[in-house]
Write a protein that binds this ligand. Structure first.
Ligand code: MN
Length: 296
C-alpha cells in the first residue's frame, strides 16, 4: 500500500500543515495481530465516519470550524518491515513537535514510532495507556516487537507508564508492573475504589505526556469492534474524565496521542462514529489545555 491522501478529519477544508495547530496521522499498520484482524482499515473508516460529527463540542465549547486548525496527513502506507514502518513514523512526526500529533492506527505497535519521533529522551516521558492488556510481555509469538510487547519496549527505553483499565495480562507482566516504580497500573476492577487516586496521579503528572488509547480499554458495550475485546472496561464517561484530566493539567504537556486497535465493523452500527468521536474529544480537550497554558 502506497502513501495516499485521504479524507480530512471532520471533512474540514484543507489546512496546510505549516499553519496547523494539530495534525492527524493515519497509520494503517497491521502486522502482528493475535486474534481478530482489520485494524488496517481503521484510519480510513474513522476519517469517513468523522464527516457525520458536529464541528461544535458542547462540553468544551471548542468549535472546529474555527480553532484549532487541523491538518490530516496522507495515509502512511506499507514500508516493508515493521521496523521500517516505525522508523517512517518517526521521520514523519519529528518535524511536527511544535504541534499536537494524534495518530489514528492501526495496531498498538505504532506507539513506538510516535514516541521516537516526538521526544529525544524517553526517560522524560510519561505514557498514559488506556488498555485492556498490559502490553508488557517480553516476547509474543516469538516477536520482540508487537502489539503485545509495545509498552515493554517503551518501558525499556525509560518511559514511565500509567496503565488504566488493564484486565488481561500474564503473571510475569503483573509481577513486573508491581515491582517497578516506573509503572503504575490501575486494573479495571480497581477503577471504582481507586478512581480519586487515579485522577490525582493524572492531575500531578509533570513534564511531557503521551496518551495512548487502545480502544479495547473501553468496555465492549462502548466499542465492541476491536481484535481482542475483554469485558469490564472503561465507560465513555470515565474515558472522557481521564482524557480531560491529562489534557488540561497545566503541570505537564500533552505532546501527542494515538487511538489504536480499532476494527471497523458494520455490526453493530455506529462503532466507526464512536471511534471518530473519541478522536474529536481528545482534540477538543487538548485545545482546552492549550488555552489554559497560553493564559498562564
Ligand atoms: Mn494494547
Amino acid at each position: 500500500m502506497a502513501s495516499r491522501d485521504c479524507r480530512p478529519f471532520l471533512d474540514l477544508p484543507p489546512c496546510p500543515v505549516e499553519a496547523a495547530d494539530a495534525v492527524i496521522l493515519p497509520l494503517p499498520l497491521e502486522k502482528t495481530i493475535s486474534y481478530g484482524g482489520g485494524t488496517v482499515r481503521a484510519p480510513e473508516a474513522i476519517l469517513e465516519a468523522s464527516r457525520q460529527i458536529e464541528l461544535f463540542d458542547e462540553e468544551t465549547l471548542v468549535d472546529f470550524a474555527g480553532s484549532p486548525k487541523l491538518h490530516t496527513m496522507s495515509l502512511l502506507g506499507d514500508e516493508g518491515s515493521l521496523e521500517n514502518y516505525l522508523a517512517a513514523i518517526g521521520r514523519c512526526v519529528a518535524p511536527l513537535r511544535d504541534k499536537f500529533v494524534l495518530a489514528v492506527g492501526g495496531e498498538h505497535t505504532i506507539t513506538c514510532g510516535m514516541v521516537s519521533g516526538l521526544i529525544d529522551d524517553p526517560t522524560e516521558l510519561t505514557i498514559v495507556q488506556i488498555d485492556a492488556h498490559a502490553d508488557l510481555i517480553d516476547e509474543l509469538d516469538g516477536r520482540w516487537l508487537s502489539h503485545g510487547t509495545v509498552m515493554r519496549r517503551l518501558w525499556e527505553r525509560g518511559c514511565r507508564l500509567v496503565q488504566i483499565g488493564v484486565r488481561s495480562l500474564s503473571r510475569s507482566e503483573y509481577d513486573l508492573a508491581a515491582a517497578d516504580e516506573r509503572i503504575v497500573t490501575f486494573y479495571a476492577h480497581q477503577l471504582t475504589p481507586r478512581w480519586e487516586e487515579l485522577l490525582a496521579v493524572l492531575g500531578s503528572l509533570r513534564g511531557s505526556v503521551y496518551l495512548s488509547v487502545d480502544v479495547d480499554g473501553l468496555d465492549p458495550a462502548v466499542i465492541p469492534s476491536t481484535g481482542t475485546p475483554q469485558p469490564g472496561g472503561l465507560s465513555w464517561g470515565q474515558t472522557m474524565q481521564i482524557v480531560r484530566t491529562v489534557a488540561t493539567n497545566s503541570t505537564c504537556r500533552l505532546i501527542g496521542a494515538d487511538i489504536v486497535e480499532f476494527v471497523p465493523s458494520l455490526r453493530p452500527p455506529g462503532c466507526d462514529l464512536t471511534a471518530a468521536r473519541l478522536v474529536m474529544k481528545i482534540l477538543a480537550f487538548w485545545t482546552v489545555g492549550r488555552s489554559i497554558r497560553l493564559s498562564d
